[in-house]
Design a binder for this molecule. Structure first.
Ligand code: AMP
Ligand code: ZN
Length: 448
C-alpha cells in the first residue's frame, strides 16, 4: 500500500517485517467527549489497518490514552484532565476513566476496529522516566534549575524535518511549551518531566524530584517499548505535526540512534458547516448528536469515506442525511442481490484503496456497480465493505425488542423523570451497545 509520508513529502510504500506491520496512532486526551473531527483521525488508522490486512499482512496497532500531561491554553496552561476534574468536581482519574470509556463506545459506533493495546500515560510513568534518564545520559536532555527535565533541541540536528519548522527559523516568543520558559537553555527546548511545583494531584516521584511527564514523551516511550523500537506507520491529525510529532521524533531517534518511524501519515482536519470545530465557535458535534437525530452513526463513517483523508473536509447535516439514505438504499439493494457471503475482488477498488487510500474513488466505483448490469454486485460490494466497514449486508428488517432492552428503556424513562441524568446517560450507552438508537424529544424518549 502507498501512503503520503509527511516527512519525505511523497507517496511511500508501506513496509512490513515477517508479515507484520507496526502502527501507532496518537490517541485521545480523555477530558471530554471525542468530537467527530477526532473520530475522523481515529478512523484513518482503522482504514489503513483494514487495507493492509486485506493484502495478507498482519497489523499491530497501538493507540495511547493521554490522561496526564497534556497542557492547555484554554485552561490557562493547566493540565486538561485536572482542569476538567475541578469543573466536574470529581477526581482526575474518574474524569479519565469516564471519557476513556466513552471514547471506546464512540469507536464501536463507527465500527472502528479495536487496537491491540491502549496504554495509559498514567500507567506508563516508569517507561517515560527510564527514557528520560537515557536521554540525559546520552546528552540530549538536561535538568533545569527548576528541577524539570528539558530536551536540548539543538542537540538533535535534523529537528524540523517532518513539519519544515527548522530550529534556526523558530522565533523566540512563540509558546512551544506552556510554562517555565525562563529556565530553558534554548527557546525551542521542551519539558520531558515537569517539576510538581504547587501541583498536588497526578504527580509521581522521580530521580529529579516529584513531578509529572510532558505530553510528547508518552508517545515516544510507549511506541518504542511496545513496538520494539520501530513504527512502520505513525498516524495522527495534522495539528500534531508540530510540535508534537517533531518532538516525538527527536526523542525516539535520539534514544535508539536511528529513524524510529518509517512513514508519518497525517489526517487533515474536519470542519463543520464551514467552520473549524471548536467549543468557542459552538459547533462541536458528537456522535451522540447524530444519533439523537435518528441517524445511523455509520452515515458519518460514509461521509468521511467520501472525502480523501488528506483533504480538509466540510461536514454538514445535509451530507450526513444523504449518507444515511445511501446506506439504507445499499442495504436494501444488497438483500435483493442474493444471500451470498462470498467476496469478489474488484481491481479498480483494490488499487484505489492501495493508492493512498483513495476512498472517494471507491465510493464512485460502487455507485457505478450499483447502476450496472453486473451479476455479482453483492460480492463486489462485500469486497469493498471489508474496508468501508458499513455493514452493507446488515438486513434492514425490523427486530423485536428483547425483555432486557425493554427493562433498560423503562429504567431510563424513570431515571429521566427523576432527573438522574448520569444514570440516564449510562443507560443510553447500554441501550446503544444493544443496537438501539435513542432519541430524546419534548414528548419523552423514543427509540428505533
Ligand atoms: P486530542 O483528543 O485533542 O488529543 O485529539 C485527538 C486527535 O484528534 C489528534 O490526532 C488530533 O490531531 C485530532 N483532531 C483534533 N481536531 C480535529 C479535527 N477538527 N479534525 C480532525 N482531527 C482532529
Ligand atoms: Zn502522540
Amino acid at each position: 500500500m502507498k501512503l503520503y509520508d509527511t516527512k519525505s513529502r511523497q507517496l511511500k510504500e508501506t513496509t512490513a517485517t515477517d508479515g507484520l506491520l507496526t502502527m501507532y496512532c496518537c490517541g485521545p486526551t480523555v477530558y471530554r467527549d471525542a468530537h467527530v473531527g477526532n473520530l475522523r483521525t481515529f478512523l484513518l488508522a482503522d482504514l489503513i489497518s483494514r487495507v493492509i490486512s486485506l493484502t495478507g499482512v498482519k497489523v499491530r496497532l497501538i493507540q495511547n490514552i493521554t490522561d496526564v500531561g497534556h497542557m492547555s491554553e484554554d485552561f490557562a496552561g493547566d493540565d486538561k484532565i485536572l482542569s476538567q476534574a475541578s469543573i466536574e468536581k470529581v477526581s482526575p482519574l474518574e474524569i479519565a476513566r469516564k471519557y476513556e470509556e466513552k471514547f471506546h463506545h464512540d469507536l464501536s459506533l463507527l465500527n472502528i476496529g479495536i487496537a491491540d493495546s491502549y496504554p495509559r500515560a498514567s500507567e506508563s510513568i516508569d517507561l517515560m522516566q527510564s527514557m528520560i534518564a537515557d536521554l540525559i545520559e546520552k546528552g540530549f536532555a538536561y535538568v533545569g534549575d527548576d528541577k524539570s527535565v528539558y530536551f536540548d533541541a539543538q542537540k538533535f540536528e535534523s529537528y524540523g524535518e517532518i513539519s519544515g519548522n527548522r530550529l534556526d527559523s523558530l522565533k523566540p516568543g512563540h509558546r512551544y511549551e506552556y510554562h517555565n520558559d525562563g529556565v530553558k537553555k534554548f527557546h525551542a527546548d521542551w519539558a520531558l518531566w515537569k517539576a510538581a511545583g504547587e501541583r498536588s494531584e497526578m504527580i509521581w516521584g522521580s530521580p529529579w524530584g516529584p513531578g509529572y511527564p510532558g505530553w510528547h514523551i508518552e508517545c515516544s516511550a510507549m511506541s518504542m517499548k511496545i513496538l520494539n523500537q520501530h513504527v512502520d506507520v505513525h498516524v495522527g491529525g495534522i495539528d500534531l505535526r508540530f510540535p508534537h510529532h517533531e518532538n516525538e521524533r527527536a526523542q525516539s531517534n535520539a534514544v535508539i540512534g536511528h529513524e524510529a518511524v518509517d512513514l508519518w501519515v497525517h489526517g487533515e482536519h474536519l470542519l463543520f458547516e464551514g467552520k473549524k470545530m471548536s467549543k468557542s465557535s459552538g459547533n462541536v458535534v458528537l456522535v451522540s448528536d447524530i444519533m439523537a437525530r435518528g441517524i445511523d452513526p455509520l452515515a458519518l463513517r460514509l461521509c468521511f469515506l467520501e472525502n480523501r483523508y488528506r483533504s480538509q473536509m466540510d461536514l454538514t447535516w445535509n451530507s450526513i442525511n444523504a449518507a444515511d439514505e445511501t446506506i439504507k438504499r445499499w442495504r436494501t439493494k444488497m438483500s435483493t442481490w442474493g444471500q451470498s457471503s462470498a467476496v469478489t475482488i474488484d481491481s479498480e477498488i483494490e488499487s484505489a484503496f492501495e493508492n493512498d487510500l483513495d476512498t472517494p474513488k471507491v465510493i464512485l466505483r460502487l455507485r457505478e456497480i450499483e447502476k450496472s448490469n453486473l451479476e455479482n454486485k453483492r460480492e463486489l460490494f462485500l469486497y469493498a465493505d471489508q474496508v468501508l466497514g458499513l455493514y452493507l449486508d446488515r438486513p434492514i428488517a425490523a427486530r423485536e425488542l428483547t425483555e432486557q432492552m425493554q427493562a433498560l428503556l423503562d429504567d431510563r424513562m424513570k431515571a429521566r423523570s427523576e432527573k438522574r441524568w448520569a444514570d440516564s446517560d449510562a443507560l443510553r450507552l447500554q441501550l446503544e451497545d444493544l443496537g438501539l438508537q435513542i432519541k430524546d424529544t419534548a414528548d419523552g424518549q423514543s427509540w428505533s
